[in-house]
Design a binder for this molecule. Structure first.
Ligand code: PBG
Length: 337
């Protein structure tokens, strides 16, 4: 009786396709393109002003005139859109966040200037009250400091309408109040803004990775030790994210978002694969800060981990990525500098 001859080689060698760059390119499953990038920017009052954000090396708060120069660079690089966040002076913040829907407010003036200077660049505005409240919460609070849902939604509707009025292409509610997408959609339709898109921060977690952003817009000190866990999601939950996304879609969202990014790629995957709608992910300030800190220490290769983190988000199912690395990544994709 003869024993069957044992093959002395593996028939399937997955390394064959990996042997050369050309075949690695041929079998590559996911790609990062400039079309996937959205650049978050911080705008402040004044002229010719630029302020570094210490916890976000390379990120600056810019006055409108300098932001317009930045916008021209985004267009030249082919980046489709920016996401706008205002830095509001402490004396302009109050308990009712009334600055949020001022037609001559910083956001509204910036949107008008951007759309006039670079009409083809998509402008996404943040719909949430935290830059405008004296306590740094995303909504209007009661005596106990609890963020009240329904009165906050009324304020958010006013804010979103004032953004649409100024010419915002996409309004992005990042506040996590219940029912806000439906209320904003109804108000936009009634006002004739039928094509103003809503990108809902649907699965937004109560994350400590937002720390540097709160430094950037100046809400960290006001917020103090309080957090946002009575409205943002518990990091331990996943099914609930699908529930949030499904509700926002039913209420009229055009695009949905998961935030933060890298620690939540399982959520991105499930949202994209179960709902099959335009899905975005936010690589937030704390993720950016970690990458930059490690790169500046020489502990990681900054450009390489940046590109790896971005393609990982594409692999998880993200159609688009909000990232402070957008400009750097776009330049690398174009092989400039
Ligand atoms: C506020 C808002 C936050 C971010 C975007 N919009 C912070 C927060 O919820 O406290 C975070 C973005 C980042 O960390 O890069 N509504």
């Amino acid at each position: 009786m003869s024993t069957p001859t044992r093959r002395s080689f593996p028939v399937t060698r997955l390394r064959r396709n990996r042997a050369d760059d050309f075949s690695r390119r041929l079998v590559r499953e996911n790609r990062l393109s400039v079309d996937n990038l959205i650049y978050p920017v911080f705008v402040l009052e004044g002229e010719n002003r630029r302020e570094a954000v210490p916890s976000m090396p390379g990120v600056e708060r810019l006055s409108i005139d300098l932001l317009l120069e930045q916008a021209a660079e985004l267009v030249a690089l082919g980046i489709p859109a920016l996401a706008l966040f205002p830095v509001i002076a402490p004396e302009d913040k109050n308990l009712s966040a009334s600055g949020a829907w001022d037609s001559r407010g910083l956001v509204q003036r910036t949107v008008r200037a951007l759309k006039q200077a670079q009409p083809e660049l998509g402008v996404i505005t943040d719909v949430a009250l935290d830059p405008f409240t004296s306590h740094g919460q995303d909504g209007i609070i009661d005596h106990d400091g609890y963020v009240m849902n329904d009165v906050t939604v009324e304020a958010l509707v006013n804010q979103a309408l004032s953004h649409a009025d100024a010419g915002a292409d996409i309004v992005a509610p990042s506040d996590m109040m219940d029912g806000r997408v439906g209320a904003i959609r109804e108000a936009l339709e009634n006002a004739g803004y039928v094509n103003t898109r809503i990108m809902a921060y649907s699965a937004k977690y109560a994350s400590s990775y937002y720390g540097p952003f709160r430094d950037a817009i100046g809400s960290a000190a006001n917020l103090g030790k309080s957090d946002k866990s009575t409205y943002q999601m518990d990091p331990a939950n996943a099914d609930e994210a699908l529930h949030e996304v499904a509700m926002d879609l039913a209420e009229g969202a055009d695009m949905v978002m998961v935030k933060p990014g890298m620690p939540y790629l399982d959520i991105v995957y499930r949202v994209k694969h179960e709902l099959k709608v335009p899905t975005f992910v936010y690589q937030v300030s704390g993720e950016y800060a970690m990458h930059m800190a490690a790169a500046q220490n020489g502990w990681l290769d900054g450009d390489k981990v940046m590109m790896e983190s971005l393609v990982a988000m594409r692999r998880a199912g993200a159609d688009g990525i909000l990232t402070y690395f957008a400009v750097r990544a776009a330049k690398l994709l174009k092989q400039i500098d």
